[in-house]
Design a protein around this ligand. Structure first.
Ligand code: SF4
Length: 201
């Protein structure tokens, strides 16, 4: 399948999740603290290259893919390279490419995992769990009674159906970014620059 088609399918999946997230945020009342970005600073974020294919393709279209790949090759930091600190004083920061963030970034905080008893549990950060404790508790109760919540495994299964190889490899986030860029750059090494006016297959 072409890069353009895979990008389109991943973006369609993100669009579906966006709709579900908006509905879930509305019914739960939960929300991120403005300008927080703390979860992005975790050194343990893992992702698949496929969820960053739209990001890599976007950089490629803008002539920035090679430069970013060189930066990724040089970095030894485990923190996501897309994260940009805003202030050292209050420790705040943000995603510098929010529109093209990965699936994990879109799910974390507003999606559920299945616990060892087979129940869905909201996977979110300590800041939300403690700062919005009542809403967090009532949302988990509502989920057990049937409130719809996006589920990590279901979304990753849908992602894998687009490209099993790139969707099932789970890597530290900077390695996933690097592999997504390499996929796009290798693909176009011997192909013409994509014509976005043409129908995508
Ligand atoms: S891609 Fe953006 S939202 Fe995802 S971890 Fe990196 S900085 Fe955070």
């Amino acid at each position: 399948m072409s890069i353009e088609r895979r990008v389109q399918l991943v973006e369609n999946l993100f669009y579906k999740l966006e709709q579900e997230n908006a509905q879930f945020e509305k019914s739960s009342g939960l929300s991120c603290v403005s300008g927080c970005g703390k979860c992005c600073k975790s050194p343990d974020i893992e992702a698949s290259p496929l969820e960053f294919l739209p990001w890599a393709f976007h950089l490629f279209l803008n002539g920035k893919a090679e430069k970013m790949l060189r930066t990724l090759n040089k970095t030894h930091s485990p923190t996501c390279l897309i994260y940009k600190p805003l202030s050292v004083i209050d420790n705040k920061g943000r995603c510098s490419d929010y529109k093209y963030r990965g699936l994990i970034c879109r799910l974390f905080g507003f999606a559920a995992n299945t616990d060892k008893y087979g129940n869905l549990r909201l996977a979110t950060c300590k800041i939300i769990k403690e700062g919005q404790a009542n809403k967090y508790k009532s949302t988990n109760e509502a989920i057990t009674k049937g409130l719809y919540v996006p589920v990590f495994t279901e979304y990753y299964m849908q992602l894998n159906q687009i490209d099993f190889n790139l969707g099932t490899i789970i890597l530290p986030i900077n390695k996933a970014l690097k592999m997504a860029l390499e996929e796009v750059l290798h693909y176009y090494a011997y192909r013409p620059f994509p014509d976005l006016e043409k129908k995508v297959f």
